[in-house]
Design a protein around this ligand. Structure first.
Ligand code: HEC
Length: 202
């Protein structure tokens, strides 16, 4: 029985792939006899993660360009309102997870909140940043900075990091280990913040 994937190879391979930290943690705890079984699972996971990275790179680059079709015909002022609603809804769910981490931990509540966030994160919100949504429209105010519309590549990267962090939180929350939820929640919070620091006005 040859050991094709040593713990070290796996760690090296996976550390370069976003969203896989949780898998690594789990892998590191397995007894050495289980490595071959685990390697098969890892290989599958690797393919999924690679496909996901490729899709997201493509989506990230074109998300803003394709805004008109994916926005389902919303007017610019509606796009602003919908994106703000999406962010607010995620924020509500982040608050619920925080409360659970600080008080009694209900895995069910946390998993539901994490799934809601991941669903919004993966809904293609880039489409709500269409032409004409870079400034206030009448009574509809926006806090987006105009730079967001100019730095497509960087925004795409921030968006991908954010989606990976949201997926990771949902995966970890499904398993329900509090310390892992805490770490994944912290990572997601950082992903929200790093976009706000650059692209959201105070
Ligand atoms: C890729 C960039 C980006 C990421 C990632 C991001 N945001 Fe934001 N967020 C924005 C921008 C831009 C606005 C301003 C939208 C507007 O006013 O048109 C905003 C606005 C908000 C608002 C205010 C909504 C309102 O009603 O005005 C909240 C709350 C918020 N974000 C929470 C979050 C949370 C929580 C996360 C992570 C789970 C997150 N955001 C991730 C860019 C981002």
């Amino acid at each position: 029985m040859s050991l094709k994937y040593s713990p070290f190879t796996l760690i090296r391979q996976f550390s370069s792939l976003a969203g896989s930290r949780n898998l690594l943690y789990r892998a590191a705890r397995l007894p050495i006899t289980d490595w071959n079984k685990h390697a098969t699972k890892c290989k599958k996971m690797e393919i999924i993660l690679m496909k996901r990275t490729i899709t997201r790179t493509v989506l990230g680059l074109f998300a803003f360009a394709l805004a008109t079709t994916a926005s389902a015909g919303l007017k610019p002022e509606e796009q602003i309102q919908y994106r703000q609603a999406g962010y607010s809804f995620m924020s509500w769910n982040m608050g619920k997870i925080k409360a659970n981490l600080e008080g009694d931990f209900s895995q069910d509540q946390v998993a539901k909140a994490a799934n809601a966030i991941a669903a919004i994160a993966n809904s293609g919100m880039g489409a709500l940043f269409g032409p004409g949504t870079d400034k206030d429209i009448g009574a509809v105010k926006t806090r987006v900075k105009p730079e967001l519309f100019q730095n497509g590549e960087e925004v795409g990267q921030l968006a991908r990091d954010f989606m990976d962090a949201a997926d990771n939180l949902a995966e970890v929350a499904a398993e329900g280990e509090k310390s892992e939820v805490q770490a994944a929640f912290g990572d997601l919070g950082k992903a929200c913040k790093s976009c706000h620091e650059k692209y959201r006005a105070d």
